[in-house]
Design a protein around this ligand. Sequence first.
Ligand code: ACO
Length: 322
Amino acid sequence: MTVKIIGTGRGIPENIVSNDDLAKIMDTSDEWIHSRTGIHNRHMVKEEGTTALAVTASKNAMKKAGISPEEIDLIIVGTVSGDMCFPSTACQVQAAIGAVNAVAYDISAGCSGFIFALNAAYGYIMSGMAKCALIIGAETLSKMVDWNDRSTCVLFGDGAGAAIVKGVESEGGVLAVAQHSDGAGGDVLTGKNRNVRNPLIDNKEEVFYLEMEGQEVFKFAVKMVPKCIQEVLEKAGKTLDEVDLFVLHQANCRIIESVSKRLKVPMEKFPMNIENFGNTSAASIPILLDELNESGKIKEGDTIVFSGFGAGLTWGATLVQW
Ligand code: ACO
């Protein structure tokens, strides 16, 4: 048996905010943002939340996979920006789509959330604990950034992507997985919760925002992502030359260009959509995957490396034969 991605979908907010729109409300420019990140536009929610985007992505993925909600026995959502602390986004999605036979929970792994969800689903299915999983990356980071901090708020966008992952009797599918965490390095990218407040301590109510040491995150990503890609290839006995596509977390075009250079693999093998979406954290890989799948850029038999990296610190990769 192997584990295959049999359907993908995305849920994208209608509203588009361009760099020029941002330049009207803060001291920035299209030139500054685009030259450093590759971003021109990002989508942003107005009315809907993370769950609504996740539900749209899930329905699209189920439709493309041709499965009913009752067939899903596992739902995992990678998110750091759910609408509620609890119930989880995954449980809310379960209710909305009627996946009555599923166990559902969220994973907090920052921008690695979708890869960790995919790898977890792979483990569940291979061990016989599940047969058919719905995995999702969904974020509304626009509510978590400090709109007075131009060095972070211009980088992010909202969106969701989903995939149906099923155990099938066939060749290919997931060939190998790799995943890592380094909690000691986690201070460079944080989103704090509320202060402790209770009858013993009267801390004042404060709102915290996403905080990032951009250059440290950059160094972490360009060091660990190539290593992780090599690791997953070694596990499967494959070489870089055999890979058709490298679908990486869309944090920043310069990170992706550095990874391509370090691996000595041409940029043509690194598809990007950051120009139109910004950094959508855990949602970026499944959104890009759905676009590639829909436009026919992925063909049966293609060898694809997925790799995510982000808060935690966390990073991981999945090698798939489509
Ligand atoms: N518009 C105009 N000027 C700006 C802006 C802005 N939006 N933001 C910062 N600046 C200014 C700063 O004030 C600073 O000015 P100064 O030199 O007069 O003090 C100057 O630009 C340089 O600021 P830096 O923060 O040093 O900018 P840097 O060149 O490092 O670029 C960036 C920032 C793009 C974030 C870079 O560090 C980077 O690529 N980091 C990678 C991490 C990343 O992309 N993270 C995404 C999220 S994390 C994840 O997904 C895993």
